[in-house]
Design a protein around this ligand. Structure first.
Ligand SMILES: Nc1nc2c(c(=O)[nH]1)N[C@H]1C(S)=C(S)[C@@H](COP(=O)(O)OP(=O)(O)OC[C@H]3O[C@@H](n4cnc5c(=O)[nH]c(N)nc54)[C@H](O)[C@@H]3O)O[C@H]1N2
Ligand SMILES: Nc1nc2c(c(=O)[nH]1)N[C@H]1C(S)=C(S)[C@@H](COP(=O)(O)OP(=O)(O)OC[C@H]3O[C@@H](n4cnc5c(=O)[nH]c(N)nc54)[C@H](O)[C@@H]3O)O[C@H]1N2
Ligand SMILES: [Mo]
Length: 766
């Protein structure tokens, strides 16, 4: 079978020559290599733009361009020379375009003009900005209630655009701000807020230089946060212990060679990063962490530990609920821990030993932790373990949820929040004489339900790809089509734009790499990274088309046409973004002197209360959480079922950025030219009588009687625990039920979907 040759084990290290080759291919295909290379050299530089790749922090010292393969791809993708013009839409009807793949749609190039869907011709047609704004305003004003409108945000949007967007929505009268964060790190925000009084990470980049141990939970930095590997490698070289916790053996965590290091590249060398690699079952992390705590308490009782290993002074001074937590750990049995984690007591003790031997430990985590039913309590257990040894508010230690989109954290900071705190709304009301809406708005999952049920009628998307990124694809598509109006503000065409409401607009905007000229001259925008650093970003390329508007200008245009300019002078805010930053400064603590500080190279630190051991919880102390382990995880349920059932996790390949597919390869996992792949261990393949390259269908074990099926996926053998399988997102979103969501977070449980796997019927040949 041909596809068997497309599946090979990757023998190289992460990074290195493979990375350079892969970048060169994307640069060559998407852009003029000379401007492309220049553009790339200006990313994350003091005088350049923020890389639209990930939200990892920038080093404060050292000004040379930090090489990052996937950052290069993200930049080149935006700086492409290709254009999607009105002629393109005249040639292809929406129905035609629906047959394009995700990759083909975005490869068509940058959007150039505002477009309106014509339901009669079935084509998008060019429209003026004035007409588009007027019509969108009319739709919004015609709603029975402002709560019938939804304002979605994806995390690339700058602080300035996001602030204006929320101001408009709230003046209009709703808190309906679903965002990508609802599908991403929501559980981290909820859990950390409850545990330490702030929903953000407590570490700064410098802490990675001082940590004695770094635990990386449920994250694939080699692909998704490549610049993090530099920090991990440096830490490893000075003797810090790096512990990976991941059911998949991810190449980027095992070995890494640095493309900036010429000697290593010449010798083909690579050094191991992870000193220990633990492979729990999907959803087994809370059990592993509970086991680590249990081991530590037992050693303490037997006086095996040095005095102070459990930091009782810190616990007494700063925390609440320790006794209840200790009792909860006591009550959790080792058999429950071993069964749920899929790790042995011995392995968990090994991890605990590394933890107690380190006097400064960082825990990092990403989607492998946040996209489960019990993610909130799992992250609270991560916090429990950190608190146990006083590892918060200490140099070289702390919690580090590694964010996804480059400004997803900043968007939340400046008000993209369906549950805004009351102080935030109070501050808005001090700026303008209006009554801000106080009832909570809808998150992403609730927004889909509202469109499905007809209680939401207008969808506006500030970036993103709502139809593809969200669960239960068929339901979402129907929900969007139910709307009276859908509007997408975007740089590139994607499938979400083709799932139209009765009326539909695509509004093309400037990207990060482009300069933004307004009445007062060139503008600067700003973003916040995972380490709470806020810095400026100014594009360097001319706009992809003369018709593009900036995201803030588009928001202002819609706002003016909807709520008028009596309360807020939208035009003057657009004339100079400094004026937007003055409003942010007056609304959100930490931004004093915003306009000066954002112009300092590398920006400024927003501060973090927990890192200063100030606990903004209801008790004023850091809170231990005494939650019990889930009785059963999805994995345990599937294991117990009679029919062979598997727990599926949906992940990113090396050549994609969320729903943006750059190429069909996944180098570190040995996949070439394919995306319909399912990774399975040899033992399970044998159990099902399958061999590499066989085609299978996956079916969700649904609780609502609906059939959810993904057909014709190629079996690829992989080092993954028995009963666990993995496949790529977004193709597998057809399998994620809308009802499957995290407790307390509403995040779709994209990392644990129960599925059956059967051989595909032979293809019908004509
Ligand atoms: N190049 C590139 N960069 C990106 C993105 C991209 O698509 N492409 N996306 C951005 C965004 S929005 C985000 S949120 C981040 C995502 O960054 P990641 O979270 O690294 O992304 P995923 O591919 O979802 O990988 C999840 C990892 O968690 C592991 N995992 C799954 N389930 C479990 C579990 O139960 N326990 C443990 N311990 N591990 C588990 C998987 O094996 C996998 O290694 O990356 C950001 N950066
Ligand atoms: N099954 C499954 N589903 C998942 C996940 C998973 O792991 N598994 N991960 C979830 C996560 S972590 C996230 S963050 C979401 C991502 O969800 P989204 O953020 O909605 O999706 P993206 O694919 O990042 O959006 C890509 C689109 O953004 C537009 N775009 C790019 N740059 C800009 C810009 O500068 N301005 C504007 N206005 N538009 C721009 C382009 O049109 C591009 O097509 O998906 C979630 N869905
Ligand atoms: Mo994300």
């Amino acid at each position: 079978m041909q596809s068997r040759d497309q599946l090979k084990t990757y023998k190289g290290a992460a990074g290195g020559w493979g990375a350079l080759k892969s970048c060169a291919q994307v640069l060559w295909r998407t852009t003029n290599p000379v401007t492309g290379a220049y553009t790339v050299s200006k990313s994350n530089q003091p005088d350049g733009f923020d890389c639209p790749g990930c939200a990892w922090g920038d080093p404060e010292h050292g000004s040379s361009f930090e090489f990052c393969e996937n950052g290069v791809k993200a930049v080149a993708w935006e700086a492409t020379d290709k254009r999607v013009t009105p002629a393109f839409f005249a040639k292809h009807s929406v129905r035609d375009l629906l047959r394009f793949s995700d990759m083909e749609l975005e490869s068509a190039g940058r959007l150039t003009q505002p477009m309106r869907y014509n339901p009669v011709s079935g084509h998008y047609e060019a429209v003026s900005w004035a007409k588009a704004f007027e019509d969108i305003g009319k739709h919004l004003k015609a709603l029975d209630s402002p709560d019938e409108a939804l304002f979605y945000t994806s995390g690339r949007t700058s602080n300035e655009a996001a602030y204006l967007y929320q101001l408009f929505g709230r003046v209009f009268g709703t808190n309906n701000f679903p965002d990508c964060s609802n599908m991403c790190h929501e559980a981290s925000g909820v859990a950390l807020g409850a545990s330490i009084g702030i929903g953000k990470g407590t570490v700064r980049l410098e802490d990675f230089e001082k940590a004695e141990a770094i635990f990386v939970f449920g994250q694939n930095p080699g692909t998704n946060h490549p610049r993090m590997l530099t920090s991990l490698r440096e830490a490893h070289e000075r003797g810090a212990r790096i512990v990976a916790v991941n059911p998949l053996k991810e190449r980027g965590l095992e070995r890494f060679s640095d493309p900036k290091n010429k000697l290593e590249m010449l010798t083909g060398g690579s050094r191991p990063i992870a000193t220990s690699y633990f492979t729990p079952k999907l959803g087994g992390d809370m059990a592993m962490l509970r086991g680590m705590a249990k081991a530590i308490f037992a050693w303490d009782a037997e006086r095996i530990l040095q005095n102070g290993t459990i930091d009782r002074a810190f616990i007494a001074e700063h925390t609440n609920g320790f006794e209840d937590y200790e009792a909860a750990v006591e009550q959790t049995t080792w058999s429950h821990i071993e069964e749920q984690s899929g790790l042995t007591k011995q392995q968990i003790e090994d991890a605990a030993l590394i933890y107690v031997q380190s006097s400064a430990t960082i825990f990092t985590w990403a989607m492998g932790i946040t996209q489960h039913a019990h993610s909130v309590v799992t992250i609270r257990e991560l916090a429990n373990l950190l608190l146990l040894r006083g590892n918060i508010g200490k140099e070289g230690a702390g919690a580090c949820p590694v964010r996804g989109h480059s400004n997803v954290q900043g968007d939340r900071t400046v008000g993209i929040n369906e549950q805004p705190p009351s102080w935030f709304l109070d501050n808005l009301e001090k700026l303008y004489p209006f009554k801000a809406p106080r009832s909570h708005g809808l998150n992403t999952v609730q927004a889909i339900e509202a469109m499905r049920d007809g209680t939401a009628k207008v969808f506006i998307g500030m970036g993103g790809n709502f139809a593809r990124a969200t669960p239960d694809t068929a339901v979402v598509e129907k929900a969007l089509r139910n709307c009276a109006l859908t509007v997408n503000i975007a740089t590139k065409l994607n499938r979400g734009h083709l799932i139209t409401g009765k009326a539909s607009y695509i509004l093309p905007c400037l990207g990060r790499t482009e300069f933004d000229e307004q009445a007062s001259g060139r503008q600067l925008v700003s973003v916040e990274d995972s380490m709470s650093m806020v810095h400026g970003s100014a594009g360097i390329n001319p706009p992809a088309s003369e018709h593009l508007l900036s995201e803030p200008a588009i928001v202002a245009g819609i706002a003016k046409a909807t709520v008028g300019s009596e309360l807020v002078d939208w035009d003057s805010l657009i004339a100079n973004y400094d004026d937007i930053r003055v409003l942010i400064e007056k609304t959100v603590p930490g931004f004093a002197g915003y306009n000066e500080r954002v112009r300092v190279p590398r920006g400024f630190y927003l501060g973090n209360s927990a890192a200063q051991r100030k606990w903004k919880t209801h008790s004023g102390r850091a809170e231990f959480c005494a939650a019990a382990l889930p009785a059963q995880t999805v994995y345990q349920r599937t294991l117990a079922s009679k029919e062979p059932t598997f727990t599926l996790q949906t992940i990113r390949s090396h050549d994609q950025y969320n729903t943006t597919v750059y190429a069909m390869n996944d180098r570190y996992r040995g996949v070439k030219g394919l995306r319909h792949v399912v990774f399975m261990c040899e033992a399970d393949m044998e159990r099902l009588g399958l061999v590499k390259g066989d085609l299978v269908d996956m079916r969700t074990v649904s609780e609502d009687g609906q059939e959810r099926v993904a057909r014709r996926f190629v079996i690829a053998p992989f080092e993954i625990p028995v009963g666990c399988v993995a496949s790529y997102y977004p193709e597998t979103n057809v399998l994620v039920p809308l009802y499957a969501r995290g407790e307390g977070s509403y995040t779709p449980t994209s990392k644990s979907i129960p599925v059956t796997i059967t051989r595909s019927e032979p293809a019908q040949t004509a």
